[in-house]
Write a protein that binds this ligand. Structure first.
Ligand SMILES: [Zn+2]
Length: 529
């Protein structure tokens, strides 16, 4: 009897230990042990890292839903002061898309503000343009996104979690490739980092957030940690991959890590002119994927309003190009609104549903009683199509280029519960019309055309718009009217000229999805030069 009782107690203790290691706090403790222990982690005062990075952008692909566009290849040199939470990263980013160029710049981030020295984007803010040498303050959106991503990748994340046990809670196992990873949630502000642990080593394997993508709606964004190496008694993940819905979009390799090397305080200094009045980290509806991935391709407009430079303009506005033809401009991306007898046609739904709502409201105010019946999307890229849901909610038919209808069907069937601008609903029955060659909208008064472009280098199925009576074309990403023309045609501009000829249209002006408007004749005159 006594013997049975004793073995029963032993069994209970064994079960208790096994359960203990699987409690959220137990998983965190086990990971810290695997990383080198509390003392080793707590002893880290500075981190210096060098490495390389490659990034890809899935929603700038040549083919809708196709292979991701290679975005950039970078090297970096990063410093972290653990005590103050400040960091400095010196970047050399060689971009391949949308055009080859190299940006060399420095990011300094503290708990209160962020600063960029140098040029890091084609989408420069007024502050960057006005500063000599170029520099600007980070928007609150970028600062919040940077803070989140630095915390996610931090070697000290587990230590922070252990010090905040009330914010660490149980979560369902993450299952990848048939392997079940014990998982916890860590709540920081309004964000949750879901940390999945390698069942064999106990080390963190994957850190997930649930994000909103303006094309695919609700998405997972994961950091995968691997290639752990021991540096001064601490295990550091030397390879860091980011997966968006399971596809690798960013791959970072550390080539050198130094712990506790002395770093002069002025390395983290933000000049007073950029520090005073700098935006605090944003909270709430931060469009993380927009902020992060526009930086992948070096086109991020670092503003607290994603659509326009909030420090340079009061907002979007309509510009009349012809009777019943309005260009929605004032931001980085434009739409064109065309009035028909009983309805409206809009070309492109850039950036976000917030921008779309502005355009829809402005269109309704300008043309009372006329619904938006058609949204014509020139192409599938996230920056020109990402606000399509607001039009679907209005009941608009989505008009898309050759070979892309299935893509948009999948997009509109995707749930979007995390869309900051629009409550989720079923848009899977939205009518989608695919244009094979040319589609003409006519009401007996006005004819408007959506024309699939020939031989364009930008996106399969790319379309241009044409308002026949106004002799006005609308082009996106192959020509940004209003800027200087090159000395001779490039492939993108050639496709505009060739499409005009093939379609037998005779535009006098073009409006752009970027830029403003310009006469067509100077472009046409480049042919043969
Ligand atoms: Zn594009």
């Amino acid at each position: 009897m006594k013997r049975i009782a004793l073995s029963f107690v032993v069994a209970l203790v064994t079960v208790a230990c096994a359960t203990m290691s699987q409690t959220p706090q137990g998983l965190v403790s086990r990971a810290i042990q695997a990383q080198g222990g509390v003392d080793a982690l707590a002893g880290i005062k500075t981190i210096a890292m060098k490495g390389t990075m490659k990034q890809w952008e899935p929603e700038q692909s040549m083919t809708a839903g196709g292979e991701m566009r290679f975005a950039n290849d970078a090297t970096f040199d990063a410093l972290y002061d653990i005590g103050t939470g400040a960091s400095r990263t010196d970047w050399v980013k060689k971009f391949a898309y949308p055009a080859p160029r190299t940006f060399t710049f420095t990011e300094i981030v503290t708990a209160e503000s962020g600063y960029v020295a140098g040029i890091d984007s084609n989408g420069r803010t007024k502050q960057s343009l006005d500063s000599n040498p170029p520099a600007h303050t980070m928007s609150g959106l970028r600062l919040a996104a940077t803070h989140r991503e630095m915390r996610r990748a931090s070697t000290l994340l587990l230590l922070e979690m252990q010090r905040n046990p009330d914010r660490v809670t149980a979560a369902p196992d993450v299952v990848v490739g048939g392997v079940s990873y014990p998982t916890v949630n860590y709540r920081v502000g309004d964000q949750t980092l879901t940390v999945a642990f390698d069942p064999a080593t106990g080390l963190p394997a994957r850190v997930r957030t649930l994000d909103y993508d303006n094309i695919w709606g609700d998405v997972t964004y994961d950091l995968l940690l691997s290639d752990w190496q021991t540096v001064d008694g601490v295990k550091v993940a030397m390879t860091r991959k980011f997966e968006l819905n399971g596809r690798t979009v960013s791959e970072m390799k550390l080539t050198e890590v130094k712990l506790n090397a002395p770093i002069a305080a002025d390395r983290f200094a933000i000049p007073a002119a950029f520090k005073d009045g700098a935006p605090k980290p944003a909270s709430g509806a931060v469009p993380y994927q927009w902020v992060i991935r526009r930086q992948f391709i070096g086109t991020y407009l670092d503003s607290d309003v994603p659509s326009y430079d909030a420090k340079a303009t009061t907002g979007l506005r309509l510009v009349e190009l012809a009777p019943g033809v309005q260009h929605a401009v004032g931001g980085s991306h434009n739409s064109l609104i065309v009035e028909m007898k009983d309805y409206l046609i809009v070309f492109d739904s850039p950036v976000s549903d917030a921008q779309s709502k502005w355009v829809i409201n402005a269109a309704k105010a300008k043309f009372p009683g006329k619904p938006v019946k058609y949204l014509v999307l020139t192409h599938h890229h996230m920056d020109h199509a990402g606000g399509l849901r607001a039009y679907a909610v209005e009941g608009a038919t989505i008009v898309v280029g050759k070979g892309t209808a299935d893509h948009y069907r999948r997009v509109l069937a995707s749930p979007f519960t995390r869309n900051p601008d629009l409550s989720s609903r079923d848009l899977s029955r939205t009518e989608i019309v695919e244009v094979v060659d040319k589609r003409t909208f006519s009401d007996g008064i006005r004819e408007v055309q959506a024309i699939v472009m020939v031989n364009n280098p930008h996106a399969d199925g790319l379309m241009m718009g044409y308002v026949v009576d106004a002799r006005l074309g609308f082009a996106t990403d192959v020509w940004s009217p209003g800027g200087a023309l090159p000395d001779k045609l490039n492939p993108a501009l050639s496709s505009v000229v060739n499409t005009v000829k093939a379609a037998g249209i005779s535009p006098t002006k073009f409006a752009g999805g970027h830029g403003s408007t310009a006469d067509y004749a100077p472009l046409a005159a480049l042919e043969g030069k």
